[in-house]
Ligand binder design. Sequence first.
Ligand SMILES: *Cc1c(COP(=O)(O)O)cnc(C)c1O
Length: 426
Amino acid sequence: MSDTQASQTPAVQSDQPQSDQPQNAQPQNAQAQTWRDDFSRVLSPVFGSPQLDLVRGEGVHAWDASGKKYLDLLAGIAVNALGHCHPNWVKALSEQAATLGHISNFFTSPPQINLATKLHEVLDLPAGSAVFFSNSGTEANEAAFKMARRAAGGGRPIIIAVEGAFHGRTMGSLALTAKAAYREPFAPGVPGVVHVPYGDVDALAAAINDTTAAVFIEPIQGEVGVRSHPAGYLTAARELTRDAGALLVLDEVQSGVARTGSWFAHQDPEIGEGVVPDIITSAKGLGGGMPIGATITVGDANTKLLEAGQHGTTFGGNPIACAAGLAVLETIETENLLTHTRETGSWLAEQLTAVDGVKAVTGTGLLLGIELSEGHDAKAVAARALEAGFIINPVTPDRLRLAPPLIVTREDLVPFLDALPGLIAG
Ligand SMILES: *Cc1c(COP(=O)(O)O)cnc(C)c1O
């Protein structure tokens, strides 16, 4: 945004009602056109044309430059666990920035050790378990991919992943992501990855053998519209990998950090079926808006995998991101957000199920998929929602995804629930 534009941006009042529209639409449209032009002149087109230019956030709301207020039901794609600018999060990262911002991995810092310790605690990790910090979900999976290559001394070339899963966009994680449209433009991809059909235990059993290094599974597939696995699938995956001497990697980049009302989704007995993985990957909600990823090895998985010098990242585990992550985990505890997420999520799912035009509601806690009944287009519904001041995500042609901040209340959600039938009907 140019200086001129910034100075023309109207002051935003936090108490502005949702329906407050710009009084004179003409200059606002002109302004919207200017930031779109600015964007396309200086930024990469890979994300398509941005829908909004957001300038401020507070709790479950965000505001655009015209002062229009939005209820944020996506939270930066399951990232802003505490909502926008939570005071604990702001305090933790600004105090850390004023104390020690970056040091490299030749050194460590208290936030890094404290966050890792907290992750050990919430995951109830056995001795020997270890956290490797990076900066994103794809990096967390990339590290797990490299660990898998080193499993069994490097003598097992094959990694198995499941159709419908999303694991990231860097070359290793991309190879794990089954969707051909994501991978094919970048062929040749990283070799040695086999994709098995979703939900098919027999296919998994047939694919696993003594050449298998690891099986990667998202406990809940987010990008395909919030889909969990059939009962027994994770249990079978654990038994099959254990019997074959392969690692079980759970990608909890989206489903972790209280999103489902458990610290990590696999700790929910209905989702995880009591399964203990060898590696857990995390990112998104972990930093509450600061970039951080984590690859967590469980028990002695660590000792078989990466050795000193085999992997690294300059920014991984930097004090500011770790301080933010610690604030997220501590606030989830002090504000009782696990229970709150479970309760609010099941109430919300119940309300959504009763809405005309909703065929089914999937997911757990505050990671929900809304499957629309036939004839409704998720993209059009999301566009109407945005116009009405609600940020939701059309994740497939017939599914919407909701991943609101974990602090969202029923009261916050009522305006959306009231509007939804009209948004679906069009
Ligand atoms: C978002 C996501 C990733 C990739 O994370 P980035 O931070 O975008 O690299 C990987 N796995 C899952 C399950 C995700 O939802």
